[in-house]
Design a protein around this ligand. Sequence first.
Ligand code: 9WN
Length: 435
Amino acid sequence: MKEDLYKKAIAVLDANFQDGGFTIPSAGLYPFQWKWDSGFIAIGFAHYDVEKAKTEMRTLLDAQWKNGFIPHIVFHTENDSYFPGADFHHSELHPLSSKRYRSTGMTQPPVTGFVLQEMYRIADDKKDMLNFIKEEIDKVYANHEYFYKNRDPQDEGLVYIYHNWESGTDNSPVWDDIWKTMNPPEYDFVRKDTTHVDASQRPSKREYDHYLHIIDIAKQNNYNDAKIAELSPFLVQDPLFNAMLIKSNQALIDLYIQIGGNEERIKNIIKWQSKSIKSFNDKLFDADLGAYVHYDLRNENPIRHITSSSFSPLFANIPSPERADVLVNTMMDKFGGEDKYLCASFDPTNDRFNPRKYWRGPVWINMNWMLFLGLKNYGFTDVAARMKQDSIELIEKYGFYEYFDCRKDTGDENPTGYGGNNFSWSAALFIDMVN
Ligand code: 9WN
């Protein structure tokens, strides 16, 4: 069974790989290259087609802007099966945007550093992979430098995101608190996502009004970072985003040491890193909840809800062992009942939990993959094993869907996975987990 699924996973990835040298997340629903998807996808490819893994990362890094920014979607082709596309985002408004690729003017979690390290771990030919890494690593460094220079207005070592799409966890109930502070106009637009996926599994029209309004404000200011920091109604320090930056910082340090030289860069990253880890622990940990939370920088409030992102610091070695114990107890207590698969994207004991809707409850394989590695690293062997087992079981039961109901019994006659099918990162990370 697992062997068949392994072959199927390879078939999903290969079918989604495009002539332009990148992989779409899911046909129809997501027809372009997405930043964090690409990183997870490269990890999958690295196990069986190392050239494709390199191509995926090369293409993504080739779309980097002159200021080090890497966009969240690269629009390689014209395709009207997705909204909002290149003509809505207008990345050319930013003077330093890529002249070669049209893209969005927002980013996604900083995966590229740790992905290069994972590719090195997986590669049989380490020398060849290190040569590839030498070619690309300075672009990742420039990306981190961009974040610390432009996304940390109070110089805390914690970078902000200015849009929920930057978080990757797009309609998390966490953002509801921010929507309450906004009153965007009603936009007139044609949704494409709900032609591919049942509307009950996707965000609402009103949520999309908020999403579009934040982009409009950024566009009115030509995607200027300082203006966005001043004016965007959405400005959040997200624990997942910052944990991934910290994880990638460490990867850069390790890889630069291996490459040799680069003393100045290593010194800078170490400086960023120690500040980031300290602020992360001081500011984002909520002792009463026993979990890390998001911080609303625009309104200067912690957003006190538990999500799967709350546990992501385990992946980046951020909590002390004592705090990691607290975190895992919270996870098992609220998310870990025997009637559930790990790990719901939102607190199942909270009123805002919805087991079928996008990031408001369902299980996502990329989150499980990060949590699995983090738990393993801290020595939570049993919980790590369950995280992996639950991920594999969900894929065996439903296939390579985008997200899954965390309830073992959904009450449906014909239960199914949710969102897009033949979804690339579910296939890629399955390949990594069973290897
Ligand atoms: C907006 C591609 C992306 C993922 C995100 C996921 C979803 C897009 C959308 O799909 O977001 O970026 O249109 O819903 O939430 O994490 O990168 O797979």
